[in-house]
Structure formats: structure tokens, C-alpha cells
Design a protein around this ligand. Sequence first.
Ligand code: PBG
Length: 325
Amino acid sequence: MQIPLTKPDFRFRRLRRTTALRELVRETRVQMSDFILPIFIEEGISAPVAIKSMPDVFRYPETHLADIVNRAWNKGVRAIILFGVSTHKDHEGSDTWCEHGLLSRMIKIAKSAQPDMLVISDNCFCEYTDHGHCGVVANNDVDNDKTLVNLQKQVVLAAQAGVDMIAPSGMMDGMISAIRQALDSAGFTHIPVMSYSTKFASAFYGPFRDAVDSSFKGTRNTYQMDPANGREALAESMQDEMEGADILMVKPGMAYLDVLANIRANSSRPLAVYHVSGEYAMIKAGAAAGVIDERAIVLETMTAFKRAGADLIITYYAEKMADWL
Ligand code: PBG
């Protein structure tokens, strides 16, 4: 017996018939101008140090920075974010506001290597404190307001060194207004702030902590956000927007696409996503095991970030994307 068949109401497959048609109606596109490349610079090394869990990612000596910036530029990368790994650590990370400190030197080297490259500084303290926390520790916790005072000094120093954009990642309350006030009163009203507005206390940062050789053993649960909290994620992003953040961010990426979409729906600010070390390491490990197609997985991931609402993507794949797009 044949079952009577109602014809489909609408045939979606009509626009899937050829490559040209599919490309014509593609809603989301990924391009080199979407990407920001993180670069790690470490004091006291003379050759690049491979990061075991992150194949093709290295910690570079300062003397290589100009070459790394030029290499990225020549491949089509137009924005970088600098992470310093300091040997001049103390209890509050004072090297970050020292005129001759690593942060200031990295910015100057990167800008003079390639003046048109957008140079962003990751503004935190964890790679500059002897305890590894993202601020001043008092009474067994990171003291929010003492940290803000130091952050103000740090961002003014970064601006004086010539940075194009400030990116505070410490998740301190009030950090955006503190930074805005400091920059504005030092004459840097034109320097934008990209806030790590929604940064979760995530296990996906594991390889990064390897990468920066962090002696850090504790947790950041008293300042980074609980991965369970979506409403709080939106609230903190809105707070940062109100305080004057020019760009908002969600970090990590793949496990937080709902958060990304929710912020996109509630803010008109540009929105960044950080495809973090653990996400990178998982793809690399899967590819090395022969169980996934690295290029296809990465392109799909980047497309998904943009579809969910991201305008910008910070990723260790930024340079590699030039070969794949
Ligand atoms: C800390 C910091 C972290 C990352 C960059 N800066 C997270 C952390 O250690 O808590 C993670 C980046 C990554 O995993 O790719 N300010």
C-alpha cells in the first residue's frame, strides 16, 4: 500500500542546489579583518619556547617581536593582543606601570615594527605578580579597589607607550570607569577600551596557564564569573557598556554561544569572542589523532562565533586563517 504524500509547503533545497547559489545566500562570512592574534612575549629567554599543549604556538623572546609582528602583518593579520610573561614579579605587579617595564617595551617594539598594525594590550596583573592573581592580594582575596588604582597607572603607561586599544581582563568591578577616567584625564580620550566583560572561571584556560608558565595554583572564582550564570553575564556586560566600554567580550567561546547571542541581542556595541587555549588545544589534539578535519572544524567554529553575534574573534588560529580562507 502506498502512503499518500502531501507535497512540501516550501522547498528550502532550491537555494542549496549549486555552490554559487549557496554562496549567494550565505548569511555569515568570515574574513581576515575579523581576527585578533594573541602574542606571548617572555623575559629572560633567547629562543622561542614551544607550548606543549598548543602546537604551533610559542612564547617568544622580546628580540623576536618585531619579526613576529611583520610576519603576521604580511599574512594579513591587522590586530594583535600582547601578553607579557614577566620575570620582574612582585606582590602587586608594579612592572606593568614601570616606564621601562615589559608591557611598555612590547608596545613600543610592536608599534615601531608595523605602525599600521592595531596593537592591543591585555591589561592584567597575573603575569606580573609573584602570587599569580589578577590584582593586589589582601586578606586572602584580590582587593578590588586597590587593584583599580594600579590598573589606572598601567593603562596610562600603555597609552603613553603608544597602544591602540586597552583590553582589561582582570574582571574587577568598576574597571571600565576607572580606566576611562584615568585615560581621559591623561589626555587619551581617543583610546578605546575592549572589556573582557564576560570572562568565565573556565577550565578551558588550562593550556594558557601552561603557556605563561604560571606558578598560579589557586582559583580565580572570586573575580571571574561562574560558568553557570547567563543572566549575570548579561548584567555585567551591560554594566561595562554603561561605564563606557567601546567593545564587549565573551570568553571562552564555544561553550558560551548562548551568552554571545544574548549580549548581541541587548547591546549595540561591537562584540568580541575569545577562542581560548583549551578550545585550540582540543582541536589540535583531535586533528593529531586523525579524528577531525582541522581546517573544516576551525572554519565552522569561526563561522558559528559570527552567527551567534561576534564581530571580532581573538584566536591563536588568526595567522593560519590566511591559508584557509
Ligand atoms: C588571565 C588570563 C587568562 C587568559 C588570558 N589571561 C585566564 C586565566 O588564567 O584565568 C586565558 C587565555 C586562554 O586560555 O587562551 N588574566
